[in-house]
Design a protein around this ligand. Sequence first.
Ligand SMILES: [Zn+2]
Length: 410
Amino acid sequence: MKIQNTLQFKIINPNKHKAKSINTTMRQYRKCVNFYLHEIAKGTPLVDIYLLAKQQYNLQTGLIQTARDVAKEQYNSYKNNSDNPWFPHFKGLMTMRYDHRSISFKESDGHFQWWANISTVNGRVKVPITSCSEYIQKLKDNRFNTVQLKYKKGEFYLNVIFEEERTIPKNKDFKHFIGVDRGSHNNIAVAVVQNKKGRILESKFFPAKQMIEKRRRYMVLRQQLGQKKLLKEIRKSKDRERNYVRDVNHKISAEIIRVASKYPNSVIVLENLKGIRKHMNFGKQGNGKGHSWPFLLLEEMIVYKAHRNSIAVRRVYPRGTSSVCKNCFGDVRRSPSILAVCESCKKKYNADWLGAVNITRRFFYYMSKNLGISESCPKQGKDDFAGSAIASNPFKDLIHHGLLARPIGI
Ligand SMILES: [Zn+2]
């Protein structure tokens, strides 16, 4: 499976002349992309557009070809998206796409350690670049795929995209199962590691308490700002909250991957939450508006990081996972608190933990019935493949009784 990895480098203060060259190139590139878009729409053959573009724009061949690719992608996404009435047209300083023909990187002994050699309308321009040392190390192989040259708030950035091959274990190879329950009660997530026999090896809780308090404070603050009509401040506070949410999701996903990486041949099992809204119990005050947690963002991050670390991801039907006893498969009574009690054997559970355990048990059932057995999909971040990730008739098979399947090996 091919994994894409984007690393960002900053161009260190280019002098006036170089900045101007890059700037002019970006404008030419934008015009060239727009030109391609209009000619493609008119039905002009690509070969002819290329010859015209070559005459009109002072761009290197490689850049004209990536401009064509960008235009083609934009045009297709416009064509295939009936909701979008706007024909794509670019303005301002457009992000450019470079490849091996138009950009290279070089190490030097001088004051600046790394330089990028970029093709512009005024020929090649050499600029020093910087990033964290781990990223710089990656440049040494020079095996990048493409590079995006971006302008943001007065600075130029290079987003270097690397493609790496990863071997993701397949169903028959799975040895360790990390069931992840998201947002069931008072945890943002709970991860439980089991082996093939259903033995619990490790549990990890990510409580929601701090997050709820922090978001409550953001909300109170915005109410106050609203009364004073400080719209700019409200927007700032929203940005800050969004960054906070991202940051927490990043940390949780990183920790889940760290745990999963300790075990060979592991698979992370998630609930399929697409189209389902999870209701966390945030308590009286927190249940109001604005307190939903972006579980799909967390999922996106888990999937992306899992694949980068050669860990597989699978999804199962989400309902009813914390209402079956792990011990005797009896009905579990849910109280408003986190405690769940089995009606048959009276065993007590943390409901979120039980959910995470049963997510994996449901997957055991899928495996035993050949349901939703999927290869990791080549497209990064999307490992649902053509087959259904949920059983065809979840209500009949899976709600509750699907969990009666014994773990493999028992
Ligand atoms: Zn029981």
